[in-house]
Every structure is written in C-alpha cells, then in structure tokens.
Design a binder for this molecule. Structure first.
Ligand SMILES: [Zn+2]
Ligand SMILES: [Zn+2]
Length: 484
C-alpha cells in the first residue's frame, strides 16, 4: 500500500488542480502495478469517474459501481450510462434500471425490460409513455409466438386493458401462421381475432354493450348468438349477450324476440348485479304485443327471403343458405352476395375481366361517382336500384334449386365477369396462398367502403365517420394514410 500512498503534504496544501492531477497520476500508477481497488478510490477522489467506473466494471464490482452511480449527479450522463452498461453486462438489471431511470433514458430502460423479458415493467412504462408502445409490443408478440404462450398473453393484455395491442398480436400471429402454412393455427387465430374485436365492441362495463347505438347492439348480439351455436369462445358471455339482446329488442320493438331472450336468461346463472334488471325486464315485456317490428326483419340479398330474427342455422339465409355479409361496425347485413370463379379462372384474369368496362345500355345517364382515394375503395352509384338492368347475367345466376339443404355458391364464368362493372364489385385481395374473395353489390346506390388493409366492409357513411373519429380503420386500426 505504501507504494501507492500519496504524500500527505501535497494533499493538505497547494492548488486543488495540482492535487487532482497528482491523485490521478497516483491512481494511474496503482492501476499499472495492479492495485485496482486503490486506483478506483483515488480516481473517485480525483473526480475521474469514467476511469473508476471502467476499472470497477471490468473487475465486476457491482457494489462499487452502484455507489458511484448513486453519488453522481443525474446530469452526468456519460458516466451514468457507462455504469448502466456494466450493470447490464453483469446481469444486475435492477441497478441498470435504476440508473437509466436516474438519467431519464426511457428508451434504454424499455430496451432493458424487453431484453430481460420484464414485460410487466415494460407495460407499466408504456402506460405512461405510449410513444414506446411499438418498442414493447412488437418484441412481445415475437416472444409470444416463440413461446407458445398465446392464451396466457391474451389474458394479460385483457387484464391490462390493452385490447388494441392484443388484437395487433393476434393479427401478427395469424399472418405468420398463414405464411408458414399452419392453417389450423391460422383458423384458430382468426376466430380469436374476430371474437376479440367483438369483445372490444361490447365494452364490458357495468352492463354489457353500453356505448353503441341500439340498432348496432341489437345486430351485434344477434350476430354473436348466431355465432355461438356450438360453443362459447373465451371471454364471451352468453348471459351478457342475451341480456343485451333482450334490452335492445325491447327498445326497438322486437317484443317477441325480447321475450324469447328473457325466457332463455331464466335458465342461466345470472350475476347478482344484473338480477334485478333482468327480473324487471321479464315482467314488463309481458305488457308488450307478441310480435316483432317488421322493419327489423333481415333480408337475404340473394333470394329476397325475409329471415327470422333468431335463425338456428346461424349467420346464413334460412332459405338459400347464402352466408350473410356483415358491416364491420354496425353488424347489419350488407347488400352483397359473395361469388366464386369458375375453376380455371385466375384472380388476375377475373379482375382484368371485371375491369373491362363494357358499355351498358340504359346506363349512359347514370351518375357514377367513384372515389378511389388512397385510403379506401369506395363505390358510389347515384342511379336508382330499379334501373338495374333486368337481364343482368349475374342476378340470373342468383337463383338456386329450391328444397336442397346444401348451400349452392354463385359461380361465375368469364362472360358474367365481363358484364360486371368494377364499381359493383368488391374484391378482398388476400395474400397468397389464400384466394381472393369477390362480392357483388345488389344495391349499388348504397355505397360500401372496404378497408384496403383488413378488407372489412362498412357502410361508407359509417366508415367516414369512424375514420374521422379515430383517424384509422375502426377494425384493424391501420392509419388511413399508411401505404400497403
Ligand atoms: Zn337467401
Ligand atoms: Zn382495416
């Protein structure tokens, strides 16, 4: 020790600059003769923190490092960052976090949490600083996918009230599954995805489905019940669904349906907080007439059959079995019929044929107003429905063999494709290996908008309103100015 000790007379007197220099020199010497402990002490005394930190870090002296870090002013970013670097390297993540916090380097802190999979901490930080969301959720999704901890993560997201992110994760997982040809998984993820979205739409607070228009709630609850024929997916409550249906049916004049829903509820276990309300509802509905308002009856756009409000076949027409196409925000039935291509026609050819604008008789005066904005594909036609040509080869195709219990899809050939106007057709251009999906509008004067990213379809006026409200697609939440 004597070899590195400093002559006291130098320390007691003289210029502090000289003293510092002397101590530093002494410390250099201590380092040189391999006395790191002494060197660190002297460097600290001399205020040469970087050097003290480097030696301590290389020696693995966590206690010395945290001592230095705690004493340093938070403005000393460089030495503090160095300390944090060593804490990370020495796997002392607690001290690393403490140090990043001290200098307010949130980006580094988030990165630390992500690298060390401290997701709770990462989410908590995101809560306060949403600008780091992508830094967390993207690696989180990846981590989930790698660890197969899908459902657990879903619950965690839900608990944290992070539905949007949960949906994002699901979308990512779904996309991966499709790309990797794991179609079984993809199917499952899609199911989860759609349910998740409905779950968001429900806004499960004190009472189910409280924030939406009565018509929307009525549609959503019917859509759900029709989807729940076999099993009830995670997070979907049959009681909530029926209760919502009962209330909205009553409000909208579907009294028969409301009675049915209340009757069904009697057979289920009802949470205490709904009990009074449901009892009262079951009583008061008896004073109403035993029928449903005709306005609410769903119409099949393929066969023009009026469908029952509750349909034991699910979300398909009770007569022709054509699946209903629902608007993604209001869940009412869109005036679309899905059609398929004859086997040898490729998607590219089909679209090229549809794009051929064959001039049609009686149409010269029709006022087409097409909006191909960068945000969405919208079709608008200002002529009246009755003016649709009687001899439209597509509408001729809509007829089907009466009495069969099997669904017969509408399959079109080249001639029919050529007869179509691209303004009447919406195409969901799914990535390969999926086939594209084709939908023909039967009421072209009621515009429908399809999101260019998720291909969900909306009444154009709903879509415009929702985009104004959220500045993104209400379904997939992609910004409307994002490019594909
Ligand atoms: Zn039908
Ligand atoms: Zn979308």
């Amino acid at each position: 020790m004597t070899s590195v000790a400093l002559p006291q007379e130098f320390l007691g007197s003289g210029d502090p600059k000289d003293t510092k220099m002397l101590i530093t020199k002494q410390a250099d010497w201590a380092t040189h003769i391999n006395e790191p402990k002494a060197a660190v002490e002297m460097y600290i005394t001399a205020g040469e923190h970087m050097k003290a930190i480097e030696i301590s870090g290389d020696q693995g002296w966590v206690d010395v490092l945290i001592d230095i870090a705690r004493k340093l002013d938070k403005a000393e970013r460089e030495p503090l960052t160095k300390c944090a670097y060593y804490f990370k390297k020495l796997l002392n993540h607690g001290y690393a976090a403490e140090t990043y916090m001290k200098i307010g380097d949130l980006k580094a802190l988030i990165q630390l949490y992500v690298e060390t999979q401290q997701w709770d901490e990462a989410f908590a930080l995101c809560e306060k600083h949403p600008e780091f969301k992508d830094d967390v959720y993207v690696p989180y999704a990846q981590w989930l996918a790698e660890n197969d901890r899908f459902e657990e993560a879903q619950k965690a997201f839900h608990k944290a009230g992070r539905q949007t992110e949960a949906v994002k994760v699901l979308e990512q997982l779904t996309r991966n599954a499709v790309i990797e040809s794991r179609f079984n998984d993809a199917g499952y993820y899609y199911w989860m995805l759609s349910m998740q979205c409905l779950d968001i739409a429900q806004g499960k607070e004190e009472e189910p489905f409280n924030h939406y228009l009565p018509e929307t709630l009525f549609n959503v609850s019917r859509f759900l019940l029709h989807s729940l024929t076999k099993e009830t997916p995670l997070g979907i409550s049959k009681v909530n669904t029926l209760f919502a249906l009962a209330k909205q049916s009553k409000a909208l004049g579907a009294y028969k349906l409301a009675r049915h829903a209340y009757d069904k509820l009697q057979g289920l276990q009802i949470p205490a907080r709904f009990q009074k309300s449901i009892e009262l509802g079951s009583l008061t509905i008896r004073s109403k007439p035993f029928h449903d308002s005709e306005e609410l009856v769903p119409l099949c756009y393929r066969c023009s059959t009026h469908n029952p409000l509750l349909n034991n076949l699910g979300n398909v027409c009770i007569n022709c079995r054509q699946p209903f196409v629902f608007a993604a925000s209001s869940y009412d039935i869109l005036h679309l019929v899905e059609f398929y291509l004859e086997e040898e026609i490729t998607d590219e050819e089909a679209v090229a044929l549809i794009d051929l604008e064959v001039p049609r008789r009686n149409k010269r005066d029709s006022k087409w107003q097409e909006q191909m904005s960068d945000s969405a594909q919208t079709m608008r036609l200002l002529y009246k429905t009755e003016e649709l040509e009687e001899d439209d080869p597509f509408t001729a195709k809509l007829s089907f063999e009466q009495g069969g219990s099997e669904f017969v899809p509408v399959i079109v050939n080249r001639a029919i494709l050529r007869s179509m106007s691209r303004r009447d057709v919406l195409v969901k251009r799914w990535p390969k290996p999926l086939r594209w999906q084709y939908f023909r509008s039967l009421l072209p004067d009621n515009p429908i908008t399809m999101c260019p990213f998720c291909f969900q379809m909306f009444h154009s006026e709903d879509y415009e309103l929702l985009v104004l409200q959220y500045s993104c697609c209400p379904y997939c939440r992609r910004k409307t100015d994002e490019s594909c």
